[in-house]
Write a protein that binds this ligand. Structure first.
Ligand code: FAD
Length: 469
């Protein structure tokens, strides 16, 4: 494996050069960019497998935990239990949390690389894929909708008046699309004891949404959501579930051995067949197959009808030339999140990931010493927290192997790092773990008063005010 030399840590500004030359130190320190699941699980691995490596986590928001806080649905509290593990990590004296610090802004990746033995890029995926069709500007990304009901500060200006919406079309057949459908169709009183924001809860209480149609370009055997999430839809009281049962039945018959070979797929098809078409109340959820959006207008979406081509596990949607217009007051696009480049780091534009070999970042195929990737930034925006954990552990193991083999140089001692961070303007405005815990206690107390696990603070200014930064 060749090692790429040009991107190896370069000491560009005079202050960090001085720090390096006057304070040689033999300890290994790691900077983690992004305080989401991948960052915390990488740190956890390093803590458990090394005795003296120190870790600094840099997170652009004052609050840690990334999509566990701002993505995972409020009615999935059990999924958020991993935050207890993250708390154990950040309370370890070898770990420091620097919230409210965006790497790639005032604090550059070069500065980090000049101070630390290694840097882990675990900054997730904060953009989303587009459809590339006329009228796209009328479409609301599911990523924004999710971020809105979960309290992400930058998503709070979401301009949707649910009082004026009766029908919603969601484009995409994944778990995020199902999360959005479930939140829109669940009785808001059932969400009142979750950590959904007060603003979202009040908008949902006034919502007039009665029908949600979730549309995918391929068939029932190619959906990306899981049986567990579909089952949750079937548990919503009085909700009518609709789909083309004839299509489901004929696809299951046509590809019987494929369906029989996967217990989860079989369960999902059985679930669909047993629930679709049953009587219910005034609200409905429709799963539509074999339709690709071609245009969005103020009135709704125009779809082209597709047929499937090729074997079931690689089936391609092919347009038939037939079109259907579906009226809708709101169109959500849920076709995937996307990772964006961070200044100074390699980026694979085609695959939209930080290029890497088993967690070691590469540039033109060569390993960049001391630079690692973990989580969605490493492998693309797919996979649940358990997958992200395994993946982060593998990155942690790569770092440990490089430490053991002497491939990582010593970093600066903490006081010198602090001097470098101060010179980068980070220290005055960063949020420490103690301050985050103070904010969290504030949120938990506010939540307790209204019967919720927490009432999230949804503005950065307000967060900093509470913390006193
Ligand atoms: C809507 C949704 C619902 C989900 N629900 C579930 C579920 O129910 N169960 C489940 O197991 N999994 C679920 N997942 C998947 C799970 O959230 C991911 O597997 C996991 O969060 C990925 O972790 P990550 O650390 O790679 O990314 P993230 O969680 O996105 O963390 C990345 C962090 O990096 C920070 N960051 C970004 N840029 C910078 C920068 N320049 N400088 C500093 N910090 C930066 C971000 O603010 C963020 O905090 C869901 C995902 C989504 C999108």
């Amino acid at each position: 494996m060749k090692v790429f030399a040009l991107l190896s840590p370069t000491i560009r500004n005079s202050s960090t050069r001085r720090l390096f030359s006057v304070t040689p130190h033999r300890d290994t320190n790691i900077a983690i960019v992004g305080g989401g699941a991948a960052g915390f699980y990488t740190a956890a691995r390093l803590l458990s497998k090394t005795t003296d490596t120190t870790i600094d986590i840099f997170e652009q928001l004052p609050t840690p935990h990334g999509l566990v806080r701002y993505g995972v649905a409020p009615d999935h509290p059990e999924v958020k239990n991993c935050m207890t593990k993250f708390d154990q990590v950040s309370s370890n004296p070898r770990v420091r949390y620097f919230g409210n610090v965006r790497v790639g802004g005032t604090l550059t990746l070069d500065t980090l690389r000049s101070m630390y033995s290694g840097v882990v890029l675990s900054y997730g995926a904060s953009a989303d894929r587009q459809l590339g069709i006329p009228g796209e500007e009328l479409v609301v990304p599911a990523r924004r909708f999710v971020a809105w009901y979960n309290g992400l500060p930058e998503a709070q200006g979401l301009d949707i008046d649910l009082r004026r919406v009766d029908r919603v079309v969601i484009i995409g057949h994944g778990n995020v699309a199902l999360d959005c459908a479930r939140i829109l169709l669940t009785d808001p009183s059932d969400l009142a004891s979750t950590d959904i924001t007060a603003q979202a809860l009040s908008a949902l209480r006034e919502s007039n949404v009665k029908h949600v149609e979730m549309v995918g370009r391929r068939g029932p055997l190619q959906v990306a959501f899981t049986t567990k999430e579909l089952r949750e839809m079937t548990k919503i009281p009085h909700l009518r579930i609709l789909c083309d049962r004839d299509l489901v039945a004929s696809e299951c018959e046509k590809w019987a051995s494929f369906v029989d070979s996967s217990r989860s797929l079989k369960r999902m098809m059985d679930l669909l067949m047993s629930h679709a078409g049953k009587d219910g109340g005034e609200k409905s959820f429709t799963l539509s197959f074999l339709k690709s959006p071609v245009e969005v207008t103020e009135r709704g979406v125009r779809f082209q009808v597709n047929r499937l081509d090729g074997p079931v596990d690689q089936a391609k949607a092919v347009g038939t030339g037939e079109y259907i217009d579906t009226p809708s007051g709101l169109v959500l696009r849920s076709v995937g999140y996307a990772t964006t480049p961070i200044a100074g780091a390699p980026f694979d534009e085609r695959r939209r990931i930080v290029p890497n070999i088993a967690g070691r970042v590469t540039h033109n195929g060569d390993v960049v010493p001391g630079l690692y990737a973990a989580g969605w930034a490493k492998r693309g925006p797919v996979g649940v927290i358990a997958t992200t954990m395994q993946d982060a552990y593998r990155t942690g193991d790569a770092i440990i192997m490089d430490i053991t083999n002497g491939h990582l140089r010593s970093g600066l001692p903490r006081d010198s790092v602090d001097e470098g961070l101060r010179e980068s303007g980070v220290l005055e405005s960063c949020v420490t773990n103690e301050q985050w815990k103070h904010l969290e206690a504030f949120e938990v107390e506010a939540g307790r008063r209204v019967g919720k696990p927490r009432e999230k603070v949804t503005s950065v200014d307000r967060m900093l005010d509470i913390i006193g930064v």
